[in-house]
Design a protein around this ligand. Sequence first.
Ligand code: SIN
Ligand code: FE2
Length: 220
Amino acid sequence: MHTADLFADDNTASPLPERVELGAQSVLLRGFALPVADGLLSAVASVSAGAPFRQMVTPGGYTMSVTLTNCGALGWITDRRGYRYARQDPLTGAAWPPMPDVIRDLGRAAARAAGFDGFDADACLINRYLPGTKMSLHQDKDERDMRQPIVSVSLGIPAIFQFGGLQRSDPTQRVPLIHGDVVVWGGVDRLRFHGVLPVKTAHHPIVGDERLNITLRMAG
Ligand code: SIN
Ligand code: FE2
């Protein structure tokens, strides 16, 4: 065998792009969270020890398929009264667990890498996707200041992120997300519809048979 043959695969395989532009002010930062992934997973475990994952009901009466929890000063919640941010966990009546530095710092760094300086999240939503769960197309519009972006971190098994336009009926891009990927959208793209297709059964060597999504926002 020639030496060249040993490297044939490397020559033909194209490396994953580090940045995938999804819109004028939206970017997928491929693997951006990988260096701190273990720290993020420990942080999620400690948050969920104090504020457990639970299902919530939409104002329209549908039970969301994902389970969720929050950390930071404000937590995103939904019930029959509406979508909103709350300082207390409705399950325990206590404040949400403080936001671990590893999460806050990653959010700041990812926002900066996407062109948004001064991002300091006060709200961190953590969604847990088991196989078959999904997130229907929606806009993030419960935050006070729309000039600040959304930072969304994927951990665990893969998922297909749908990234649409400013109208629900606009076509959507299908963006495969894997462990360590971070998507940031803001500015002119801040109100773009997005969602997650039903997650396929898979196994991740560290996280197991689930996907975790950490969404950071400046909500207050
Ligand atoms: C969300 O929009 O709240 C979650 C997005 C994701 O799970 O990737
Ligand atoms: Fe969202």
